[in-house]
Design a protein around this ligand. Sequence first.
Ligand SMILES: [Fe+2]
Ligand SMILES: [Fe+2]
Ligand SMILES: [Fe+2]
Length: 445
Amino acid sequence: MSAWVPHDNQPLPPVPSPEDPGAAVDKINVTNSAVVLADRYGDEAVRAHCLRVAAWASELAGALGISEKERKLIERSALFHHVPQFLMNEQARVRLLAEMRVSEEGQPAFVPDEVRQVLAAFQGLQPITDAGLARIVAVLEISDDFDQYFESQPLFDPDPATEDECAASSVQTMMSYLQVTSRTDINRVIDRLPVFPRAAREVIKHAANPEVTVHQLEAVASKDPVLAGRIIQTANSAAYSPMQPIGSIPRAIGHIGTDVTRKVLLGAALRGNFASMQLHQLWNHSLDVAQSAEMLAGESSLGLDPAEAFLAGLVHDIGRLAFSIMPVAFLERFNRLTDGGCPAVEVELGLVGRCHGDIGGETLVRWKFPEAIVQAVRWHHRPERSSVPLASLLYLAEFLCDADEDLPSYVRLEMASKQAGVPLSVVYRVLRKGPDKLESLRFAA
Ligand SMILES: [Fe+2]
Ligand SMILES: [Fe+2]
Ligand SMILES: [Fe+2]
C-alpha cells in the first residue's frame, strides 16, 4: 500500500480527527483530506495505473499470439494512454511550446507517431480501419477496464449474486485468456496443503487464551522440544538479555512473562508451514502483521481481543501457501505481472478468480480455526464486504506493514478504520513500533 507514497517514502499525512487533541486547527474533514491526497499523489497513481495496464496488456497480447513488435507497441501505448490530449496533438503541442517560449530543437517527438495513432483510435478520435489496429485497441481496452474495475471496487457495493464469480466482464475476459489453472485445480492445490497437526491445534487452544495459566503454558511447552527450544531461545535473546543463561522452561517463562510465552508458542506452532526458503519472507511478514494487529486491537474502541488479533495476523496470508505451489505456468505469469507493478491480489483474481484471502479462509476452515478468524482472513483485502471488525483490523495491519499486496485505496483504509474502531490518527501512531520481541521466531533475511 506504500504505492501512495512513492515520491519520498513518507507515510500518508495523518487525518486529523475531532477527538484527537493534536488535530490540525483548520478542521480539514476526511473528504477534503482525500482530495488533498489525490492532488498530491494523483500523478503517481495514474502512472502506477498505466504501468499495470501495460503489464496486463503485454501478458494478454502474449496469450493471444500477437507479434513481438505489436506487443511492444501495445505496451508503449498503455504507458501513454493517460497523457493529456494536447500533448498527443502535434499542432497543439508545438503551439503550446511556442506560447511558453520554449524551444525543442533536436528533441524527439514526445509521443511516437505510431503510439499516437493507436491512442487516437483507442480514444475514439479516429476510425479503426484495419484488423491489426482493432486487435491492439481491444487488448488495451480490456486491460484498462480490468485495472479500473479493481481501482473502483471499494466505492461500490458488491453484488451478492455474483460475489466470488468475478462478474465484471473485463475480469471474465481477462481470465478467459490468461487462466492457466481451473477452479478444480485450485481445490486440488488446497487439498495438497499440509494438514494442520493435532498437536499444533492443542497449542493454539491454550496459547490463544489470554486467561491461560503459567502451569498450562509450561505443560504445553514441555511436550514438544521445538516449542521448548523456542521459549528458551527467546528468553536468552538480546531483547530479554538475562543476567545468567536460562536453561529451564519455568525460568524462561518467568523471565519473558506469560504474554510473550503465548505468542512464542503460537508462532512456533505455525512456523513449520513456512519452512521452505521462498516462504521465509512471508513468515517474517506474518510476524510483523501479527504484532501490528495485536497493537491495533489494544487501541480499538470496540474492545477487540489482542490475543485473537495476534493469531489472526500470524495466519492472515496462509492462502499464499497455496499460490506458492501452483503449476509453473501460473507462477511464471504471476511473477511477470507482479514484477510489472501489478499487486498480488489483482493478479490472483485476474488469473484464477480467487485471492489469497479467500483461499486462506478455506484453508483455516479445514484446519478448524474459530469462525471469526476464518472470516477475518477471508476478507482481509476486502474488509468492506465483511461485518467482522477483525477483517478490517487485518487490513489496517497490512497497511502498517507496507505489504503492497493490493491496490492502495484511501477509501478502503478509511472504511476499515471505522469498522475496526481505530481512528486513522491512532493507526499512524502505532506505525512507530518498538523493539522486535519475537526476533527468535524469524527466519534470517
Ligand atoms: Fe486508464
Ligand atoms: Fe500480508
Ligand atoms: Fe494479504
